[in-house]
Design a protein around this ligand. Structure first.
Ligand SMILES: [Zn+2]
Length: 339
């Protein structure tokens, strides 16, 4: 059985954004349940994440943000904005969440497994170079992508969280080493991710946004992988795949309106894995706020990674959005041609 590394840690439960907050410690219990119900406990290797250092974080974040959050946490924390909060133990969780991908990437480079999953919180994809926002303190996927790019890798990041990965987009907006693709519901928080936003300067064409209507189903995502992401990844010469794996596109999610079910996350994840060689694939937990939907979707997605058949729910099709994929493809084509 192909190996799967899973980085997680009990200290993630110490990040407490407040009573009633949807991004709650029980989410990682749901992830563990989904892994168990998929029968993957035997197939995976648990890895303790390491703490991201200031230098690791500085590849992506302004050092003043790191210092400010250090100070805020040491003083007990509190609300950062209307959605985002931290407590006294949140900084340790955030540094572990940002360090998990670094640890797994090095282990994959050493040949320990075919793929890795960072079962972490707080999530990361909304955090920009200078700002913690959208439940996110540091941009976990971007920290690993930047480290890999600095080692000469050609990185593909696919963000299938229901929300636009505005932070990841901002970090790599002008960076041709990283191809960033976001599929997200539109309109929805944070309001970025328009079809015409394709990167700038040397990074022109290395950002792809696929804004999708409420109710979009799995067939639309599969079409996006086949028609748009696969050819773009090939043209990019992708050597690594990092997935911002948010599961809030599940139709039961309380924060969003997409139409996905667990089987779709198996399909989409499986299709994406084909884009790079084994041993160069990392998934990062982002959103997912319906605990049963999260458990089923993580289980289905990771089963696919481990080559196990587990579909607690079927795939979906027939929803709106295929025209958005065609439009994104046309926009990307123009962007890479310099139009
Ligand atoms: Zn989300």
């Amino acid at each position: 059985m192909p190996g799967l590394l899973v980085a997680t840690d009990p200290r993630f439960a110490d990040h407490q954004p407040g009573v009633g907050h949807p991004e709650r410690p029980a989410r990682l219990d749901a992830v563990a349940r989904g892994i168990r119900e998929a029968g993957l406990d035997e197939a995976l290797v648990a890895v303790e994440p390491r703490l991201a250092t200031d230098d690791d974080l500085a590849r992506v974040h302004d050092r003043r943000l790191v210092e400010a959050l250090d100070r805020f946490g040491a003083a007990g924390g509190g609300a950062i904005d209307a959605d985002t909060a931290m407590g006294p133990r949140s900084m340790e969780a955030a540094r572990l969440a940002a360090g998990a991908g670094l640890e797994l990437a090095e282990r994959l480079e050493a040949g320990e497994a075919d793929a890795g999953f960072c079962a972490v919180r707080p999530p990361g994809h909304h955090a920009t170079s200078r700002r913690a926002m959208g439940f996110c303190l540091f941009n976990n996927v971007a920290v690993t992508a930047a480290a890999l790019a600095d080692r000469g890798e050609r990185v593909l990041i696919v963000d299938y969280d229901a929300h636009h990965g505005n932070g990841t987009e901002e970090v790599f907006w002008r960076d041709p080493r990283v191809l960033f693709v976001s599929l997200h519901e539109w309109p929805l928080y944070p309001g970025t991710g328009a079809l015409g936003d394709t990167g700038a300067d040397e990074g022109a064409g290395s950002t792809i946004n696929v804004p999708l209507p409420s109710g979009a189903t799995g067939d639309v995502y599969r079409r996006a992988v086949d028609d748009l992401i696969a050819p773009a990844a090939e043209a990019h010469g992708a050597t690594w795949l990092l997935v911002s794996a948010g599961f809030d596109g599940h139709r039961a999610d309380p924060l969003t309106g997409l139409g996905l079910r667990a089987g779709d996350f198996a399909d989409i994840t499986g299709d994406l894995l084909q884009l790079v060689p084994a041993g160069r694939r990392l998934l990062f937990l982002e959103g997912g706020y319906d605990l049963d939907g999260l458990a089923d979707s993580v289980g289905a997605a990771l089963a696919r990674v481990a080559d196990v058949d587990h579909r607690p729910e079927p795939s979906t099709s027939g929803g709106p959005g295929s025209d958005a994929v065609a439009a994104a493809r046309a926009v990307h084509q123009r962007a890479v041609e310099g139009g």
